[in-house]
Design a protein around this ligand. Structure first.
Ligand code: FES
Length: 243
């Protein structure tokens, strides 16, 4: 997204990312700056055009002088900051996080309609996850095909809440929300009713498009067809002056 010219109240700061001297507005996050400069950082819950929640922790980076890892999406750049985005420690951490996501639910790519177009699959490839070192939970989650156009398969859900945020912040329907805690957590429509019975869903399909996995898909699509288009989001957000 092109940045507006800095106003008098927003300073431009200079800092280093992976040894590279950079400058940016002080209200930008490390992740936004990295995206602008094509510095790869994995992310899952972050999406341009949606609010930032810092939930998945895949975007963690090391900042000199800070003893803990920081989420790049929720940490703003600052004058003199020295950021490392690709250290052995970060690679280990991210790999473990992706493995935990695979172990938590049933992500069987070979029988998923998003196979080949899945952000979790792509993250596994980029983070070097060729096997999972922890026991799978093997918990069976429900599949809801009650909506005439869309389907939700909770087995594929990574709880990034992009669907919840796009429905609330962009569509304004707030059909989606989150219920429960810990491993019982799941996304729901209305008051945990079947999606097809929802009285608030506008059937716009934005939730399906922003879903990173095969959790939300169109009914009757094949793996070759279920390619998600997320380009609409920053454009809509900008036009509505959301962010
Ligand atoms: Fe930063 Fe998820 S992308 S915490």
């Amino acid at each position: 997204m092109p940045l507006p010219a800095p106003s008098a109240s927003v300073r431009v700061v200079t800092f280093k990312i992976d040894g590279q001297d950079l400058s940016a507005r002080e209200d930008e996050s490390i992740l936004e700056v990295c995206r602008e400069h094509k510095i790869p950082i994995p992310s899952l819950c972050w999406m341009e055009g949606l609010s930032v929640i810092g939930a998945c922790r895949l975007c963690v980076v090391e900042v000199a002088g800070v003893p803990r890892l920081l989420a790049a999406c929720t940490t703003r750049v600052a004058e003199g900051m020295e950021v490392s985005t690709d250290t052995e420690k970060l690679r280990r951490y991210r790999r473990t996080l992706v493995e935990m996501l695979f172990a938590e639910r049933n992500h069987v790519c070979s029988v998923c309609v998003s196979n080949g177009h899945c952000e979790l699959q792509w993250l596994a490839q980029t983070c070097g996850v060729d096997h999972v070192r922890m026991p799978y939970r093997n918990a069976g989650y429900a599949l809801d095909s009650s909506h005439e156009m869309f389907r939700v398969d909770h087995n594929r859900c990574v709880l990034c809440t992009r669907c919840v945020r796009v429905c609330d912040e962009i569509e304004g329907a707030h059909t989606w929300d989150v219920m429960g805690r810990g491993s019982d957590c799941k996304v729901i429509t209305d008051l945990a009713q079947p999606w097809g019975d929802s009285t608030t869903c506008t059937s716009c399909g934005k939730c399906v498009q922003v879903c990173p996995t095969g959790a939300l898909t169109k009914q009757g699509t094949s793996a070759g067809e279920m390619v998600k288009d997320q380009h609409f989001l920053p454009i809509l957000a900008r036009r509505r002056h959301i962010r």
